[in-house]
Design a protein. Structure first.
Length: 209
């Protein structure tokens, strides 16, 4: 097993374990609702929610826009089971976000909420999302600026807390996001900051030109 495969396996196991209680977190629910408000979505858009987890963002979007065609992708079958039960009208796929089982140029919006810090190769994920986006399609992300989840964590320094590496610092400013998105052909159109207690989260919309 490669290091990337070990990382994915650790993430899958950890989120499978969290799945039954994940939606009880008030911050997760509130952020999902805010992302759905932030995203500029037409009622008949096609949406892919990358690293969808239990589908909180997909559900929030579906409540606002019942006509959306939504596909959620995640590596955790436990999280997807919760998502599938909560929003059976969406399609839920167990897959890596760097290899989406989605046709090229077929999607209006890709969302990725508080997950970029988990990826071994974030640029590979961005490139894949651009592949599935239509021209003028959008990517909406939410990344930590500060708070209890902020910082660069590894299994060496936090073995009990997190069983896999995390990197929040690389996505904590608009400048860092622009540097990540631009090589893939994405232009940041809007930035907002979402605050709840100690968590400050950057919401960004990028457009495929």
């Amino acid at each position: 097993m490669t290091l990337d495969q070990e990382r994915t396996a650790a993430i899958r196991e950890a989120f499978d374990a969290r799945a039954p209680e994940y939606d009880q977190n008030a911050m997760h629910r509130a952020l999902a609702a805010s992302v759905a408000r932030f995203a500029r979505v037409a009622d008949d858009d096609t949406v892919v929610d990358a690293a969808a987890g239990t589908g909180l963002v997909a559900r929030a979007l579906a409540r606002r826009h019942p006509g959306l065609s939504i596909t959620g992708v995640d590596v955790s079958p436990g999280m997807l089971a919760v998502a599938r039960a909560a929003l059976p009208s969406a399609e839920w796929l167990e897959a890596d976000v760097t290899a989406l089982p989605v046709a090229t140029a077929s999607v209006d919006l890709v969302t990725c909420v508080t997950a970029l810090h988990l990826f071994a190769q974030p640029s590979d994920a961005i490139t894949e999302w651009v592949r599935v986006l239509r021209p003028r399609g959008r990517l909406v992300t939410a990344t930590f600026v500060s708070g209890g989840h902020h910082g660069r964590h590894t299994t060496e320094h936090h073995p009990a807390e997190v069983p896999y590496p995390r990197d929040h610092a690389s996505f904590a400013t608009p400048e860092l996001l622009r540097a990540l998105f631009a090589p893939a052909g994405l232009r940041i159109a809007r930035i907002a900051t979402w605050v709840r207690a100690d968590d400050h989260i950057l919401l960004a919309e990028a457009v495929r030109d």
